[in-house]
Design a protein around this ligand. Structure first.
Ligand code: SME
Length: 159
């Protein structure tokens, strides 16, 4: 079946998503509650998103899984490893069109083909987590996704 027969695939409307997340999280400052809400809303907003979740900075140089949607994810990632570790270590968005070409990629699912990982900063500018979105589609993410996702994270975690 092509997309037409299956019905138009869902593609996230980032402006609407930001409004919904702002409304759902108004007045909340608990980071885990905020992450759980964003993981849920993001995951169900776009057919490209096959795993959506956070890894939290729990100690210097160490990430531990946080709220997520999708199949099970690995529990602990040191900053030296994986796409998540690279985002946490550098403080920069990791836009990975082909995970098999990324040195040290950690495959939580054999079906993952591309990935985007963003650092999550708090109001002081400290990295408190990373947001990881995996897709079973190759080259699923672009600079627009990076810009819009960074804006959603800033809305939520730096207020
Ligand atoms: N792919 C990530 C690991 C997290 S699982 O994909 C949920 C990485 O390479 O850091």
């Amino acid at each position: 079946m092509d997309e037409g027969e299956r019905g138009a695939a869902a593609r996230v409307d980032y402006a609407a998503l930001r409004r919904v997340c702002a409304s759902l999280t108004e007045g909340e400052d608990d980071a885990v509650a905020l992450m759980a809400t964003l993981a849920c809303e993001l995951h169900h907003s776009d057919d490209r998103f096959d795993w959506t979740g956070f890894y939290r900075v729990v100690a210097p140089g160490l990430l531990k899984i946080g709220p997520y949607q999708g199949g099970h994810g690995c529990l602990v990632i040191p900053f030296e490893r994986g796409v998540c570790g690279a985002a946490a270590r550098t403080g920069e968005v990791q836009l990975v069109p082909d995970v098999e070409a990324f040195p040290g990629h950690i495959a939580c699912a054999a079906s993952t083909r591309s990935e985007i990982v963003l650092p999550v900063f708090d109001a002081s500018g400290a990295t408190i987590a990373v947001l990881d979105i995996d897709s079973d589609r190759p080259d699923a993410f672009d600079a627009d996704d990076a810009r819009e996702l960074a804006a959603l994270l800033a809305d939520t975690f730096t207020r």
